[in-house]
Design a protein around this ligand. Sequence first.
Ligand SMILES: Nc1ncnc2c1ncn2[C@@H]1O[C@H](COP(=O)(O)OP(=O)(O)O)[C@@H](O)[C@H]1O
Ligand SMILES: [Mg+2]
Length: 372
Amino acid sequence: MKKIGLLSGQENSFPQALIDRINEKEVEGVIAEFVSIDKVIQGIPADYTVILDRISQHVPFYRTWLKQASLDGTAVINNPFWWSADDKFVNNELARRTGVKVPKTALLPSRSLPDNTSDKSFHNLVYPFDWDAIFEYIGFPAYLKPYNGGGWKNVYKIHNREEFFAQHARTGQLVMMLQEEIAYESYYRCYCIGGKYVRVMPYDPYQPENQRYLQEDNGDKSIYSTISQQVALLNQYLGYDFNAVEIAVKGGVPYVIDFWNPSPEADAHTIGAKNFEWVIETMASYLIERAEKQLPGTDNLTWGTFLQQAVHGKQTAIAPGATQVSAKKPDAPTAVSPAAAKPKTAKTTKAEKAPKEETPKKAPAKKTKKKE
Ligand SMILES: Nc1ncnc2c1ncn2[C@@H]1O[C@H](COP(=O)(O)OP(=O)(O)O)[C@@H](O)[C@H]1O
Ligand SMILES: [Mg+2]
């Protein structure tokens, strides 16, 4: 029996609905259930073919257990090694290799000393830092936000250098980025599953939490296919199986603003019924697809195009004037012993046809002032 496990925290609607949807499909040899852990001992493999991880960003114990499970052949979604390695600043730099546009961004040293350091720990850092060069490059207004944050915590719109220094002084040990503002005409949040299924959702970040996902879009939907392609490309390049990408469209050009959401919100009340149905159905189908493809005793993680190219010594820097590297679909995992690892055949169900992107109908409402 191929077991699909859900590892989740406080969220309500998504995990149970997903388990139910997978099991309702009655795919032969596949079941879904919540992961259960009662001990973690080296050499004892996890009993799951696939695990969808919704919580290890908050529970380091789970993250390491997931790494162990991956080494024993579990297809962990998302790849716990990669998720531990990257951050928003690095991903911004990587996105530039795909040709997808990102706002100009600078990384800032934390205002307070990290624990267990003193002034002597920072002899490599020039004081004062070259703030003027950073301000000139980024311009104002700008966004000051953590390099590894989420949930709109510690994100500030900054209008000038005085405001910058005042706000940065309040960020303590957080490592922040200063980012060019994209003054957009429309904004989207996009689910991406398996680097191939994309749901473009018109989104107004300035509305109250449960009204941000706009149900209709009257605007120009011709941009949807460009957005979908860019979102898929970016996730293939980074190697994320499940992610949400925020896109701001300015002058008809999409810019990716926030694309490090490997455990994206998926609560029915927040995202709305249609988006919820899409994410449940598409994820259920995708997890079954991964369970059927999983080859026991081999590596079943997704490693993005960036890493695949990097381990083969391919160029990672963008050479001046050169065409940027394009992301390609990652290869399927290779079996160490293909004969011993043939997946079982499952009944053909509608699970195999994941729904395609659906185009909402009306334009996003005009944005209101953000409370800061
Ligand atoms: N460069 C930017 N240009 C315009 N708006 C931005 C920019 N960066 C952040 N924002 C706004 O701030 C919100 C929160 O920032 P985001 O990068 O998404 O952080 P978080 O991961 O905390 O959600 C975004 O949804 C967007 O409305
Ligand atoms: Mg965001």
